[in-house]
Every structure is written in structure tokens, then in C-alpha cells.
Design a protein around this ligand. Structure first.
Ligand SMILES: NC(=O)c1ccc[n+]([C@@H]2O[C@H](COP(=O)([O-])OP(=O)(O)OC[C@H]3O[C@@H](n4cnc5c(N)ncnc54)[C@H](OP(=O)(O)O)[C@@H]3O)[C@@H](O)[C@H]2O)c1
Length: 295
């Protein structure tokens, strides 16, 4: 039977990456409502949008992702990352449809010394992480069945603002850049995460009548610091810019960030047979996409 999938946050990095992949899928219709059509800070707008639609899955890629800004606007972060998620989960539950929700490595405090598994203790360090954790928890409590939450980390793509695009822009203006080396994680190419989400949404397991709500981790493979990430961006794109390692304390930001946020992906790989690329290989594909967009 044909499926209708509604994707929130369609103008964001992950939303646009999904858009880029879904065109040729047979038997699936994807809707990408704009913020004007579906404003997640406005519960009347949310009800009005979903009331008139028939659909099978909601994929929530929308979020208040400005981590530093969230520190000074906690109500807005909570509204989008928690209360709107509660509303979407209630709708999904009452309409008996499935819900895929995206969360973050920032639910952890970054004090681990080995990759985080899904059941590790959560302890967000800032407003953004806390609002995202509340979003996860509300999905789990309202939807014991039919929901899937994916925590991801360090998302970049050819779209929007992200570390890769910022580094390339700064390198065009300066010969030397200071980049933090004492925060370690794994970058995630949004196109790879989008592909994994589609694979899950189409899988028999996810569409099984007895699907129990689960939490998963997804990023690309491997581990690096922001410093390593920057050096690799310049190496792979043939840009000459010297990168100097600095410590977090030398680059103060309003929001505290985890020193370690590597995610263990064994659970999602095993459950859905997902193959994950090494982060440098994924980065190479993103750089190619950026180059293709400019030529
Ligand atoms: N970016 C990262 O490094 C990162 C890391 C870990 C986890 N994540 C998670 O991954 C998911 C996707 O992130 P992303 O990088 O694709 O985010 P993004 O590029 O910042 O996009 C966020 C999307 O949410 C939409 N949005 C924000 N407020 C809204 C509102 N009130 N009503 C409707 N839409 C609203 C934005 O719409 P506008 O374009 O209109 O603003 C945009 O489409 C999020 O759940 C995020 O928390 C991201």
C-alpha cells in the first residue's frame, strides 16, 4: 500500500538531505511542510496541519539547534525540542502512525571514556541538551510502541550552516585558524543519516504491528577531534590553511560542550543491517557535493 511520510524541518540539513534522496522511491509520498505551514511553536498550527492529512509516518527533523543561543532563550528551545515533540507524539499515537524522532549526543555530559551506548546515563550540560532529552523522554512515555528515536552527533552537509562550511569560509579569509582539540566525537554526514532513516522507515521490522519504541545511536564511523576534522577538511579539499590546536578553555562559549561524545552504533547496525561509512570517506562525498553545487 502507498505510504505518506511527513517530514518536519524540511529546510534544515537533515530535512534537505532526505528531500534529496526520496524522489525516486516507488510507493512513497513525502511531504515537507514549511515553517509557515507547520510552526512548531504554535499548537493551533500543528493541529490544523495534521487534522486534514492522512499519513503513515512522521519524521521529526525540526529542532532548535542553536546550542549557544538556547542558553539565553530556554523557553523557545523547550517549546520546539520538547513541547512540540510532545504534541507530535500525541498526534502520532492518536492516529496510530509511526514516529521517527532525531535527538543528540548532547544528552550526555561527555565524561565517558568509551563510546556511549543507548542505555548510558544521560546528564545534559546545557539548555539545548536538556530540551532534547525532554523531547526523547516524552516520546518514550507517550509512545511505548511505534516510535524510534535516533541520537546523532556533529551533523554537517552541503546545506545550511555547519562546521565544514564554516571552516572552508574562514580558510578563504585567513591563513591560520585555531581549532579545539580536546573535544572528541564523530562527524555525521546528514546524507548518510537520511539514507539510514529511509532504510529503517521501509524495513519490515519498523512496519511490524508489534513494533516497540526503541532508542538508537547513529553517526559515521571513527573518532576525531574538531582539530582533526578541520585538518582533514582542508587536506581533502586541497585548501592551504594552517590549523592550530587550542583547548576548550581558550574558546569560551555560552553553552558547555561535551569533551567526549562518540556514539556506539552497534545496536542500529544490528537491528537494521545498516552499513556506516568511515567519517573521512563521508566527508569526501560532502566536499564533492559542495564542489558540484558551485560548478
Ligand atoms: N546539527 C548538528 O550538529 C546536530 C547534532 C546532533 C543532533 N542534531 C539533531 O539532528 C536533527 C536535525 O538537525 P539539523 O542539523 O538538520 O538542524 P537544522 O539544519 O538547524 O534545521 C532545523 C530545522 O528545524 C526547523 N525549525 C526550527 N524551529 C521551527 C519551528 N518553530 N517550527 C517549524 N520548524 C522549525 C528549521 O526551520 P527554518 O529553516 O525555518 O528555521 C529547520 O528546518 C535535530 O533534531 C537536531 O537536534 C543535530
Amino acid at each position: 500500500m502507498p505510504k505518506t511520510i511527513i517530514v518536519t524541518g524540511g529546510s534544515g540539513q537533515l530535512g534537505q538531505s532526505l528531500r534529496g534522496l526520496v524522489g525516486s522511491e516507488v510507493g512513497c509520498q513525502y511531504l515537507f511542510p514549511s515553517r509557515e505551514q507547520l510552526d512548531l511553536t504554535d499548537s493551533v498550527s500543528i493541529d490544523a496541519f495534521f487534522e486534514e492529512k492522512t499519513f503513515d509516518i512522521i519524521i521529526n527533523c525540526a529542532a532548535h539547534t542553536a546550542v549557544d543561543q538556547a542558553e539565553s532563550e530556554p523557553e523557545l528551545a523547550d517549546q520546539v525540542n520538547h513541547l512540540a515533540v510532545k504534541k507530535l507524539a500525541k498526534i502520532a499515537s492518536s492516529r496510530q502512525v509511526r514516529f521517527i524522532h532525531i535527538s543528540t549526543d548532547y544528552v550526555f555530559n561527555g565524561e565517558n571514556f568509551k563510546p556511549y551506548i543507548e542505555s548510558d546515563k544521560v546528564a545534559p550540560q546545557g539548555v539545548y541538551g536538556l530540551s532534547k532529552l525532554r523531547g526523547e523522554q516524552v516520546v518514550q512515555s507517550l509512545m511505548p510502541n511505534n516510535a524510534l528515536i535516533i541520537r546523532t552527533s556533529w551533523v554537517y552537509s552541503a546545506f545550511g550552516n555547519n562546521f565544514v562550511k564554516t571552516m572552508l569560509k574562514l580558510a578563504s579569509q585567513r591563513d591560520e585558524l585555531n581549532v579545539i582539540y580536546d573535544q572528541v566525537g564523530t562527524p555525521t554526514y546528514a546524507a548518510d543519516l537520511a539514507q539510514a532513516i529511509i532504510q529503517i522507515a521501509q524495513s519490515d521490522g519498523f512496519n511490524n504491528n508489534t513494533f516497540k519504541t526503541e532508542l538508537y545511536h547513529y553517526s559515521n564511523e571513527g573518532v576525531c577531534s574538531w582539530y582533526d576534522f578541520a585538518i582533514t577538511i582542508f587536506e581533502l579539499s586541497g585548501v592551504s590553511c594552517q590549523v592550530l590546536p587550542i583547548e576548550t578553555k581558550d574558546y569560551p562559549t555560552p553553552a558547555k560542550r561535551p569533551h567526549y561524545s562518540v556514539l556506539n552504533k552497534a545496536k542500529i547496525k544490528q537491528a537494521y543491517g545498516i552499513q556506516i561509512s568511515y567519517w573521512k570517506e563521508a566527508l569526501q562525498r560532502c566536499l564533492q557535493a559542495l564542489e558540484d553545487n558551485h560548478s
